[in-house]
Design a protein around this ligand. Sequence first.
Ligand code: HEC
Length: 292
Amino acid sequence: MRPRVPDFITIPFIIIVITFVFYVFSGGNVSYIWHPVSLSVLIISLILLLILEVLNKFIYNQKLKFLSQKERSKLVEQNRKNYFVRLYRSGFLDAKEEEKDVAVIDHGFDEILELDNRLPSWWVNLFYLTIMFAVIYFLAYTFTDFAHPEKEYELDYDKQLAEIQAYEKTRPQMTLETARFDENLVEEGKVIFKESCATCHEADGRGNIGPNLTDGYWINKQEKSLFKNVFHMAWYGSENNPTMRAFGASGEIKGNDIQKIASYVYSINRNPKKPSDGKAPEGEKVTWEEEQ
Ligand code: HEC
């Protein structure tokens, strides 16, 4: 029989494992500890563990009675010693001492002697610990989001998106003077154009209530270059027709977004491929100056 592991080791150890399992399955949320359900589970576990310890001790003492006098007094003596000293001894020293009388497995037929060394207990216990950890980790990985790479990636991704959006909000907004055509903004501009402008101009700019934005004819020529003219129109609206409202000046769309929309309109106007059934030209043919 082996000496007993004292209560002040086993009970806290099991409570820590239960807490860890809770922690993992609550998705890494610490505040669950104060939840009445988890608190009562922990308290009930503690009471059960205490009862179990009492029973264990009783059974252990009963078993002691079946041992010889010598073995019994040796065990009682060992149990009295400091647990940590004992642990250290059993881990490192006892194993060495035991090496003296290792069991020998005799193969006989090949005349090779095999020494059946006992593994040091620190090694064996570490091995059990890894098995326990593997089971908890496997279940957590399969059924929860705890320490899950994909979930962590998603969270990080959302966080970064939020940071970009916050930055976009505080970034100085583009104005008629500072805005320039940017090829990289065309795709984003297409999306915003679809939301804000397509009801009147159609998503590809072929025109509907509003004029065709893909042809070379313009009712309004407020600026010298094409990109600036589109920005101007989206910012100030049309002087003659209030249906084309002042999206920028009214604050409905921010300067950075108007730059994106204008980049999109510029790109579809310059694209030689035109929508097949575009609205008939309105206004005059305009030759734009190069963008600056
Ligand atoms: C409610 C309908 C409506 C919406 C929404 C609308 N427009 Fe217009 N848009 C018009 C009308 C109508 C005109 C013609 C104005 C005029 O006759 O002066 C026009 C004219 C324009 C022109 C000048 C075309 C020209 O030939 O002079 C541009 C550029 C333009 N719109 C861009 C946009 C953009 C960019 C958006 C989205 C931010 C937008 N429009 C949203 C109705 C609309």
